[in-house]
Design a protein around this ligand. Structure first.
Ligand SMILES: Cc1cc2nc3c(=O)[nH]c(=O)nc-3n(C[C@H](O)[C@H](O)[C@H](O)COP(=O)(O)OP(=O)(O)OC[C@H]3O[C@@H](n4cnc5c(N)ncnc54)[C@H](O)[C@@H]3O)c2cc1C
Length: 233
């Protein structure tokens, strides 16, 4: 946008990426989320793999592999999910409990019924990605205003009057990219909310090596298949 328009990026915090973007588990998974999220993830793969020259000095995606776990009461749903995503990600496999434990010995076997292995899941260098977009915007002339919480948004002739903690601006168009707060911003314009809500999520990272545990290699290869999948094969 900044290439042919005057763009101002407003950020409430003292630095961009303070919330969700800076706290993501940074996994590129083509089996996670609803159809819209899956479509966005798959549609982004090419960009991540072949980002424009100068966008990032490091690869945006690097191999990782992931396993989604299931208890006995969740196993049928997991198996159905594997059937649904395997046509688009053929390397996905349903594992039984033993196969999952071989990959992640740290887990409690009495809790576990199996897992979905996604060997092609990758680490996403979110910092490089975020910096690439910010640098690209600035190079094209966009201004970034931090500590600039949007407090009010009102129609002003053909455009908008934008009232923020850092001053007021006039804008022809406003793009609402407030993440989990997008409903609050939308409400300033009288738009109908779509039930977005900022919520806490919990993620634990465990250094297996420090605990003396060796994780199984999740490299592509023949995984330990769940009996249902073995049968189908
Ligand atoms: C714990 C966790 C783990 C995740 N792991 C993954 C993962 O592994 N892989 C993956 O693909 N995705 C993951 N996600 C999701 C991913 O991080 C988000 O989809 C993505 O970061 C959303 O980016 P965003 O720019 O829309 O939102 P945000 O990064 O939240 O940016 C919105 C910005 O708007 C600003 N803002 C809000 N209101 C105002 C206002 N009134 N005025 C000015 N500024 C305002 C906020 O300060 C914020 O900086 C994870 C999310 C969480 C929480």
């Amino acid at each position: 946008m900044a290439a042919n328009r005057s763009v101002l990026l407003l950020e409430r915090e003292a630095q961009p990426g303070y919330y969700t973007t800076g706290r993501s588990a940074a996994l590129f998974s083509e089996t996670y989320g609803n159809a819209i999220i899956l479509g966005l993830t798959m549609g982004s793969r090419d960009f991540y793999k072949h980002s424009p020259p100068g966008f990032a000095s490091v690869p945006l995606l690097t191999p990782r592999g992931a396993i989604l776990l299931a208890r006995p009461d969740q196993m049928a749903r997991l198996a159905a999910w594997v059937d649904r995503v395997r046509p688009i990600v053929p390397s996905v496999a349903l594992l039984d409990a033993a196969g999952t434990l071989r990959q992640i010995p740290l887990l409690r076997s009495s809790y576990l019924a199996g897992g979905m292995a996604e060997p092609e899941a990758m680490d996403n260098d979110v910092n490089a990605l975020h910096e690439g977009f910010l640098r690209g915007a600035r190079v094209r002339g966009a201004a970034v205003a931090t500590s600039a919480e949007l407090l009010g948004l009102h129609r002003d002739g053909p455009g908008w009057h934008v009232h923020t903690a850092a001053g007021d601006w006039q804008a022809e168009n406003v793009v609402n990219a407030a993440g989990a707060w997008a409903d609050i911003v939308a409400a300033m314009t009288g738009a109908i909310p779509c039930s977005l809500m900022p919520m806490r999520r919990t993620a634990l990272t465990v250094d297996l090596a420090a605990l003396g545990v060796t994780a199984g290699a999740l490299a592509p290869g023949r995984p330990d298949l769940h009996p249902a999948q073995e049968q189908a094969a």
